[in-house]
Design a protein around this ligand. Structure first.
Ligand code: 13P
Length: 244
């Protein structure tokens, strides 16, 4: 099963989130693709209410804390997300690493805490342009991934920082190479179970290029930022993927 996950980032409070979900429910969707939407915490309840009995899209969060409860002002425990039927949660997105100082070690703790309550972590890894230029891509991604592998029940998203929000998507060929390297790292850690871990690509995916990723072996889906903000465009993107 391939995946398409929308990441709204910091867009849409409860009112707009509810409207997005209602509009998206009218879209015709491919059957053999798992579709998810990562929404801001504050909008999860409204999104859940608008979803009603619909089974798609799956609802996800964009972050979680590693503790169960306690003196952690402003944080959200995985158990709290679980109460709202949250299926998955992004962890270690490059924007959190860059703007909020999230470290590989923090990511590892979050992954373990989410897995403990049955929420699938979607671990985001990827190098900056400077790191790629210095030929450090593999080293960086390996370190990010190794620290995060506290469970095998997860998804990995390869999101090169230079491709995120830039309109300059990473070519499917380069993404494929990285996905193969990521698969090797997963195999070393988890053996045969590693084959079951979906590895997604993220960075300037849209309705025009998605089929290139979907038709590339070793790319098990995509994580979509900007092109997920309009529910009709995102519906179009989901249908375009199936053509791949
Ligand atoms: P864009 O699709 O806007 O490049 O964002 C990708 C991303 O960061 C998804 O998590």
């Amino acid at each position: 099963m391939k995946w398409i996950i929308a990441n709204w980032k910091m867009h849409y409070g409860p009112i707009k989130a509810g409207a997005w979900i209602r509009a998206f429910r009218r879209e015709r969707l491919p059957k053999d693709v798992e579709i998810g939407v990562a929404v801001p915490h504050i909008s999860l309840a409204a999104a859940r209410a608008s979803l009603g009995r619909a089974s798609a899209p799956l609802l996800g969060a964009q972050n979680a804390f590693w503790g169960k409860e306690g003196a952690f002002t402003g944080e959200t425990a995985p158990e709290m997300l679980q109460e709202l039927g949250t299926s998955f949660c992004l962890v270690g997105h490059s924007e959190r690493r860059i703007h909020l100082g999230e470290t590989d070690q923090m990511v590892g703790k979050k992954v373990a805490a989410l897995a403990a309550v049955g929420i699938k972590p979607v671990v985001c890894v990827g190098e900056t342009k400077a790191q790629r230029d210095k030929k450090e891509t593999l080293k960086v991604v390996k370190a990010q991934l190794t620290a995060a592998l506290t469970t095998s029940d997860l998804l990995v998203a390869y999101e090169p920082v230079w491709a995120v929000g830039s309109g300059k998507a990473c070519s499917p060929e380069i993404a494929k190479q990285m996905h193969e390297s990521i698969r090797e790292i997963l195999k070393k850690k988890f053996g045969a179970r590693a084959e079951q871990i979906p590895i997604l690509y993220g960075g300037s995916v849209d309705e025009n290029n998605i089929h290139e990723y979907f038709s590339t072996t070793d790319i098990d889906g995509v994580l979509v930022g900007g092109a997920s903000l309009d529910p009709r465009t995102f519906g179009l993107l989901c249908r375009a993927a199936a053509r791949g």
